[in-house]
Ligand binder design. Structure first.
Ligand SMILES: [Zn+2]
Length: 142
């Protein structure tokens, strides 16, 4: 089962890339919070947004570009794991048929190392090291 915190992080990450959350079959857009992160925690606006998404009254919500509902993700059949392509959190089903892949599949400019990466409120000091690959041709001359 995907822990609610992972599902929350999944929503927070994708909102930071401009994805939206739809409600119900009509695809009504849930007005996104203006800020998601405030300092070392989620913004109050995002916390309210999250509470709204998971409230039983709202019905089915799903992330733009995905078919599984947030309610599905909170069920025992689903897990949140990093995408093989972009390392963003992706919903994966344990049983049955995978209906969809990472929401990044319709983002043409993604992965993009020039954009600030979506993040969690807790800074775990992950540094992206620039890989300098220098090919020394003399190594290959015998
Ligand atoms: Zn991806």
């Amino acid at each position: 089962m995907a822990s609610p915190n992972y599902v929350k992080q999944y929503i927070a990450y994708w909102l930071q890339l401009g994805k939206r959350v739809f409600v119900g079959n009509a695809g009504e857009i849930l007005l996104p919070p203006r800020s998601i992160i405030k300092g070392d925690r989620y913004s109050q606006e995002f916390e309210k947004y999250w509470q709204k998404i998971i409230s039983p009254e709202i019905g089915e919500c799903y992330l733009e570009g995905t078919r599984e509902t947030i309610q599905d993700l909170l069920s025992p059949n689903w897990d949140i794991l990093p995408c093989a392509r972009c390392q963003m959190p992706v919903a994966l089903i344990h049983r049955g048929i995978q209906l969809n892949s990472c929401p990044c599949s319709d983002l043409g400019n993604w992965p993009n190392t020039e954009l600030p990466k979506p993040r969690s409120p807790i800074d775990n000091s992950i540094h992206l090291k620039k890989i300098c690959f220098r090919l020394n041709k003399s190594d290959f001359i015998q």
